[in-house]
Write a protein that binds this ligand. Sequence first.
Ligand code: 1GP
Length: 246
Amino acid sequence: KQIYKNIQTAIKNQQRLLAILLDPDKLSIADVSEVTNKINASIATHIFVGGSTVDDNRTEALLIELRKHTDLPLLVFPGDTNQISNEADGLLFLSLISGRNPDYLIGKQVEAVSKLRESNLEVIPTGYILIGEENETAVENVSQTKPIHSEDITTIADTAKAGEYLGFKLIYLEAGSGANHSVTFEAIQQVKSDLNIPLIVGGGIMSKEAFETAHQAGANMVVIGTAFENDLEFLDYLETKYQVEL
Ligand code: 1GP
């Protein structure tokens, strides 16, 4: 159970982390080899697997295939308890702390326990904060919760800090998959200035500039899904994996 420890070490060494989000509903098993070749050659450090709604068993089948093709840590990023699979290395154990729906704060988590008890997954408690306009994201739809408005930076920062005080090990600022606007520089910076746990930022990161901005604002890990889904060359633009030391 090294994933969280390795994240902390990477941050200490000022390494930028990048997770690629793969949606089992969109990625076919036949394409895994090509997709993982791209990921393995890129600066990606983690693979997240999940989606707001995924048919039963597709997550597990994808994880089994991914494991054949990559050594990167595989983390389930579950939209629901049916996505929990022992074929991953770890699980982001999410609580949607921007919302006020008890099902997504604690209900689903209790439901997940019987599966988790029998698994070897590294369970990483994650405070999940949805940010943006109303009626924009699948997360909002599925969870029936409102996002925190992107300009309400105080509430965003206070929610993240409350997550830290509650004992979450990660905070994840989420603009929603395919969002038109990623989490703003100001929001990330404000959250980070006062947070002592690693910060993940994702949703709508569609360009190298957006990736750089999120890291410069203080994100420790950036998550990219849609941009890579749309264009398998996208990761090539970010940075080369092996930099020449001068
Ligand atoms: C969604 O943060 C992730 O949960 C990634 O979003 O698909 O917009 O990259 P994108």
